[in-house]
Write a protein that binds this ligand. Structure first.
Ligand SMILES: NC(=O)c1ccc[n+]([C@@H]2O[C@H](COP(=O)([O-])OP(=O)(O)OC[C@H]3O[C@@H](n4cnc5c(N)ncnc54)[C@H](OP(=O)(O)O)[C@@H]3O)[C@@H](O)[C@H]2O)c1
Length: 295
């Protein structure tokens, strides 16, 4: 099978390229330097030349706070870029998998969000990703939308890497304790996306490592697991005053994917595995000697 992947050097894209190659697929990585998805003609030409059977569309403007001041760019990439990818895929008869986000929800629900719950994004990023979803639904008969959240992994700067970068000066780490997330390992997610794509052709599905935790408790677990000397200080989201409003708790209900036999392991197991594999690199980025995790 020939698979084209947008955003192949991103946090998730890197793992999808690896998983597709492992499964024996032929992969065409569509790097931004070769094709800017805001350029309709370039996207059509590139996807036409590659002529894939499947396009996995991960490319996005993902800087949630920056998007507030750069709404034009966020919509150009996340909404119109997605439209261009879907149109080009339709011309060669390729299926599309679009990666979307838990930030399409406002976080006010009393239970985890199901795929058919009404989206109500609170910020430009979520609204632009939701617009992308609408294009997928309208232009792509074989369009699969996978919503996920709070990614981390070896291929880019997720929360563990960012926290370790901030830890290097030894100062206390201030972390929000009134917003929840489901930390999701990109290696696990890439496998789950491909497994789901084998089972279903279209629709909206949720995939995360199950369970949720406040960002503060997540940070504590990282600091303890890596043996960092920093204190972790809980702060309220209001006190943090980030430019973009984030959902308080937008946990995703992944039971629709589970009914198709696609179940991811709990986030605690995935994180422990990641720390066992990548803890040395993280400790070094936090300014610690890899040999002395408990110092
Ligand atoms: N990170 C999360 O926590 C999270 C949570 C929920 C959903 N998601 C969704 O999951 C997907 C993958 O996220 P990620 O964190 O892996 O993203 P990422 O690491 O920020 O990577 C985004 C990728 O998109 C590419 N890109 C950006 N603008 C482009 C353009 N105009 N044309 C072509 N390529 C462009 C980037 O290329 P360059 O590197 O060359 O700029 C990069 O490869 C996204 O759709 C995101 O919305 C992410």
């Amino acid at each position: 099978m020939k698979v084209a992947i947008t955003g192949p050097d991103g946090l998730l894209g890197t793992e999808l390229v690896r998983e597709c190659l492992t499964s024996g697929a032929s992969v065409a990585p569509l790097l931004e330097a070769e094709v800017d998805i805001t350029d309709a003609a370039a996207v059509r030409k590139c996807i036409g030349r590659v002529s894939p059977e499947l396009v996995i569309h991960t490319a996005a403007f993902t800087a949630v706070d920056d998007a507030e001041g750069e709404a034009d760019r966020a919509y150009a990439v996340n909404a119109y870029g997605t439209f261009h990818v879907c149109r080009a895929a339709a011309l060669v008869g390729a299926r599309v998998i679009y990666i979307s986000t838990d930030y399409v929800f406002d976080g006010g629900a009393e239970r985890p969000y199901r795929p058919d719950d009404e989206p109500k994004p609170l910020q430009v990023y979520g609204r632009s990703k939701l617009a992308g979803e609408l294009y997928v639904r309208q232009n792509t008969p074989g369009g699969l939308i996978v919503r996920t959240g709070s990614l981390y992994g070896p291929g880019g700067a997720g929360f563990p890497d960012k926290l370790c970068g901030r830890a290097a000066d030894g100062d206390p780490l201030k972390v929000v304790n009134d917003q929840w997330c489901s930390p999701t390992l990109t290696n696990d997610l890439a496998k789950a996306i491909l497994a789901l794509a084998d089972k279903v052709a279209s629709g909206v599905y949720h995939l995360t490592n199950p369970g949720s935790v406040t960002w503060y408790s997540y940070a504590l677990r990282l600091v303890e697991g890596l043996g960092l000397p920093n204190e972790v200080e809980p702060v309220s989201a209001e006190g943090f005053s980030a430019p973009a409003v984030r959902p308080r708790r937008a946990e995703l209900d992944c039971s629709a994917a589970a009914e198709e036999g696609v179940v991811m392991r709990p986030w605690t197991e995935a994180l422990a595995d990641y720390l066992a594999r990548c803890g040395g690199r993280l400790r070094r980025s936090a300014g610690l000697d890899e040999e002395s995790p408990s110092t």
